[in-house]
Design a protein around this ligand. Structure first.
Ligand code: FDA
Length: 508
């Protein structure tokens, strides 16, 4: 049977025949702890991960090491969790949600991070362990005039990010990262190497582009379509307090932002009673000032709010802010040297009908105690509204105005932090009537275990138990299709976690 701690030694012995010993670290290795926490981005998971650590962390340098880990894991009853950038919002890539009860190993793909750009074809192959900052840097330097649509934080791994979608400020123009995946290589649940989408078949290739990480196999690399970006883009930043009309502006923004030209994306970060509007315009500042002046005069955007830069500079600027002026752009490449962040809890929603001004007033003033509550509002519309809901597993398309990410941060030295966070849960409950329902939508890349966790019956995840979170992330139809594909490619449910895709039972 799987998941018995006594199988660890047999597993390690099996690994040692195919994987060089320096690529396998066990808890007794001197640098194990450092490696385990190297890409943990959330203080919530540091203590639990080190208290009930994995049997080992494998750091493959080629596909055969990944295949060996899966084959040995199956043979000796040890599950694997795969980690690329380690940004999973519930830490599922390196910790078990039921600490102590499950023996598992981590396959950490950090060493597989090559980016091979083909400027003539406008494509690139990017290995799963690369950060999106590395992808941006190598694309822009090898192929000026080309870019790629993905998220905002450069250390996010492409392995998990593309597996769940990948939203950023070029999404209204070019879609999600997953919409731009052309091919992939992966290791399946039997430990076979699938060299391309032909070897995967249409269903599996559909499932891995947005159907969530850790479900169907281990993606080793993605082939992506690069997209044209102009030599100069403009970043716009405008902050408004409540006294300066922030509530009115956000109320208007809800229907305005999704209807703007595709070249212009305006997102909002709401924190401490203030709205920060951040826009990317794929063109120069005078054009964006004109567009914003006619479409959103209330915001009063002037040239002084705009910064012209290259697309690559923008990818660094939106994350580092003005600090990037004193750093080289190679800062985008520093993958594993970030300090450990604060305690964080994320949740998400999709909005289909604009909220009233009165509702926004309440949200702005929602009490957060000594923690910090942040809302990130990402506009949809543009191409996001023109791609069908079943094109890839990500279903949140034509009817969506915008995505809300709720982020609560807190500090402390106690295991869970020094405060009990209340902002995110209570605000999420309050929001229920105003956001998408039946099912209430959520974004799989903002993984949230409060939506539900799996029940396992006779070693296999129950489909019924997984509906609670699965239909929120994927919608009922896509979720069912994903479960059907899971049955085809991993009927024994080897890739199993608290929120892994269940195989559809045969009688359904
Ligand atoms: P990690 O390695 O933790 O993996 C995430 C999940 O995918 C796990 O289930 C893991 O097992 C699985 N997985 C990882 N590698 C895999 C592989 N090679 N094959 C198969 N499965 C694999 N999102 C967004 O859309 N836009 C944004 O701007 C941001 N910004 C952001 C900032 C910060 C600070 C955080 C913490 C998160 C985000 N996100 C985001 C969310 C992010 O997209 C999401 O957490 C991704 O899944 C992270 O991918 P990683 O590879 O880093 O995570």
């Amino acid at each position: 049977s799987l998941a018995s701690p006594s199988h660890g030694n047999d597993f390690l012995r099996c690994l040692s025949t195919d994987v060089p010993s320096q690529l396998v670290q066990t808890p007794s290795s001197p640098s194990f702890k450092q490696l385990l926490v190297s890409s943990i981005r959330n203080a919530r998971f540091v203590a639990p991960a080190t208290a009930s650590p994995p049997i080992c962390i494998v750091t493959p340098t080629n596909a055969s090491h990944v295949q060996a880990a899966v084959r040995c894991g199956r043979r000796h009853g040890v599950r694997v969790r795969v980690r690329s950038g380690g940004h999973d919002c519930e830490g599922l890539s390196y910790r078990s949600g039921s600490p102590g009860s499950e023996a598992f190993a981590v396959i950490d793909l950090a060493k597989l991070h090559a980016v091979r750009v083909n400027p003539h074809e406008a494509t690139a192959w990017v290995d799963a362990g690369a950060g999106i900052g590395e992808l941006y840097y190598h694309v822009a330097t090898a192929a000026p005039g080309l870019g790629f649509p993905a998220g905002v934080c450069p250390t996010i791994g492409v392995g998990g990010h593309f597996s769940g979608g990948g939203m950023g400020l070029m999404m209204r123009k070019y879609g999600l990262s997953a919409d731009n995946v052309l091919d992939a290589t992966m290791v399946d649940a039997q430990g076979n190497l699938l060299a391309d989408k032909k070897a995967m078949g249409d269903d599996l290739f559909w499932a891995i582009r947005g159907g969530g990480g850790g479900n169907f196999g281990i993606v080793l690399s993605w082939k992506v379509r690069l997209v044209p970006v102009p030599p100069t883009v403009t970043f716009v930043k405008v902050a408004r307090t409540m006294e300066q009309g922030a509530v009115d502006s956000v109320t208007k923004w809800q229907t305005l932002a999704p209807a703007l030209p595709d070249d212009l994306s305006v997102r909002v970060v709401v924190q401490n009673g203030e709205a920060n509007f951040q826009a990317l315009y794929l063109g120069n500042s005078s054009a964006v000032v004109t567009t914003m002046g006619s479409r959103f005069p209330e915001l009063g955007v002037t040239i002084a709010d705009c910064k012209e830069m290259s697309w690559l500079q923008y990818t660094a600027y939106i994350f580092f802010g003005d600090a990037i002026n004193s750093k080289p752009l190679e800062a985008l490449l520093l993958n594993r040297s970030m300090p450990l962040g604060r305690f964080v809890k994320n949740k998400s929603d999709y909005v289909k009908k604009p909220l009233t001004k009165e509702t926004w007033e309440k949200i702005f003033l929602w009490p957060n105690g000594t923690a910090t509550g942040q809302l990130v509002l990402e506009p949809h519309g543009g191409i996001m509204g023109r791609i069908t809901a079943d094109d890839i597993p990500f279903p949140h398309r034509s009817s969506v105005l915008y995505n809300i990410q709720y982020v609560e941060f807190w500090n402390g030295t106690a295991p869970g932090g020094d405060v009990t966070p209340k902002w995110v849960g209570s605000l999420y409950d309050f929001m229920a009537p105003f956001v998408s329902k039946n099912p209430r939508g959520a974004y799989v890349n903002y993984r949230d275990l409060d939506l539900g966790t799996n029940k396992v019956v006779d070693g296999v995840t129950s489909y019924e138990s997984a509906k609670a979170w699965g239909e929120s992330y994927f919608g009922p139809e896509n979720f069912r299709r994903l479960a059907e594909i899971k049955r085809k490619v991993d009927a024994g449910d080897y890739f199993q976690s608290e929120q892994s895709m269940p195989p559809l039972p045969l009688k359904q």
